[in-house]
Design a binder for this molecule. Structure first.
Ligand SMILES: C=C(O[C@H]1C=CC=C(C(=O)O)[C@@H]1O)C(=O)O
Length: 410
């Protein structure tokens, strides 16, 4: 990994608008077949970008370390690590923040640093063609019909009844044609506007393809004040017009489904023998047109003798019972046997680590996402099953979840 000390460099020409600058950085990355990630943090006004000078250097094995001395970059992890869907950690060779657009942070003395600055020095022509996004080399996943999804839910409920699993999160993929002149960067902007509290991202990397999403779910974050956070997010209902989130009434099914996720997180703390966590909730949380139940967990890392808590929790949490199930191994085995398609990076995790600031990490579960193909998008959604699940309701819940990101395909 070509990691040098971060070097601020002025944008080498008269900067255009931040949107033009972002397109220019993406054009350089994609024309050179390099991995690149753009994201907008929940509640933030503008996006940030991480560009790596080597696709090979992005291939990683273990989940990233979340300590201040660990490499800086952008994690992009699949649901399950495999040769088809490699775990990626994009080294943060170039970091750019649209909030301070006149400056680039170069963290590498790689031989591509000069060509990048030369490329950015040329003013954009305005006649640039569509961006050559990376495309996945994998075949399109099987997309379940309603009858197939019903059968999967019924098999899941039977597995719960027979005590093989306590909870399992079944999911499916759906295909939708791209509208004429679809532009993933404009779609990213549109997601940012529609979902100000989501983690909005577009990640494009050789081998993985291009993924666009607006996730409502924190996996692990560590902020500037050294506060570690995670959340138990589960249970879904539509936000009806005129309804206030605090008026939502939850059925026993959703309450139990979410409580299992909370219990799973508490068990992870227990495994690490950590008692000093704060638990808030469950409360109703808004995610676009949907409501979820959410419990927040926080630990002040400066008050506990546990410098590797973030790293250890990340390794225990992924994949959480909000995307896999409980007990974890039994649920993953069930999904492997019955789900009938490759989730790839859906329900994996993604986000910046030590970028731009050492000690700060923001990892989210890759939900409400789509994968770009030449003329269509593959969209993904899942639903937590319990013994009380009704297949028709679970199907319509996946439809509602798919519509979060499908909103940018019209
Ligand atoms: C698995 C997904 O959502 C998870 C997060 C929130 C609510 C969920 C649910 O109600 O089933 C899921 O656990 C998805 O969006 O594909």
């Amino acid at each position: 990994m070509s990691q040098a000390s971060p070097q601020p460099v002025a944008w080498p020409s008269l900067p255009g608008s931040p949107a033009e600058q972002l397109r220019r950085l993406l054009a350089f990355a994609l024309l050179h077949r390099l991995p690149v990630a753009v994201w907008r943090l929940p509640g933030a006004a503008s996006p940030q970008l991480c560009l790596s000078f080597s696709a090979e250097a992005a291939l990683t094995g273990l989940p990233p370390a979340l300590t201040p001395d660990a490499p800086a970059g952008f994690a992009f992890f699949p649901f399950r690590d495999s040769d088809h869907n490699p775990a990626l950690f994009l080294p943060g060779d170039v970091f750019w923040d649209a909030a301070s657009p006149a400056e680039l942070q170069l963290n590498s003395a790689d031989h591509l640093a000069r060509p990048l600055l030369d490329f950015l020095a040329q003013p954009p022509t305005g006649a640039d063609g569509p961006l050559p996004w990376h495309l996945s080399p994998q075949p399109l996943p099987h997309t379940a019909s309603q009858a197939e999804y019903t059968a999967l839910v019924e098999t899941g409920v039977a597995a719960i009844r027979h005590g093989q699993v306590v909870k399992v999160v079944s999911s499916r993929a759906a295909r939708q044609p791209l509208p004429a002149r679809f532009d993933a960067l404009r779609a990213f902007d549109s997601l940012c506007q529609r979902y100000p509290q989501a983690f909005v991202s577009v990640v494009s990397a050789p081998g993985a393809g291009t993924w666009l999403g607006a996730s409502p779910e924190v996996l692990v974050t560590i902020d500037e004040a050294g506060i570690f956070r995670t959340m138990a997010l589960a249970g879904t209902q539509p936000l009806a017009p005129g309804m206030l989130p605090q008026q939502a009434i939850w059925r026993q099914k959703e309450i139990e489904e979410q409580a299992l996720v909370s219990r799973y997180i508490v068990n992870c703390f227990k495994q690490l023998r950590l008692r000093e966590y704060e638990e808030t909730g469950p409360r109703t949380a808004v995610a676009g047109q949907l409501l979820h139940l959410r419990t927040d967990f926080a630990v002040n890392l400066r008050a506990v003798p546990f410098p590797t808590l973030g790293t250890d929790m990340l390794r225990l949490l992924h994949p959480t019972s909000a995307v896999g199930g409980m007990p974890k191994q039994a649920a993953l085995h069930f999904l492997h046997q019955h789900e009938g398609y490759d989730r790839a990076y859906y329900s994996g995790f993604l986000g910046p680590v030590n970028l731009p600031q050492a000690g700060v990490a923001r990892l989210f579960v890759n939900l409400r996402c789509l994968q770009l193909r030449p003329t269509e998008a593959v969209l993904y959604a899942g639903t937590g099953l319990t013994v009380d699940s009704d297949p028709a309701r679970e199907w319509s819940e996946t439809e509602m979840k798919l519509s979060t990101v499908a909103a940018v395909l019209t």
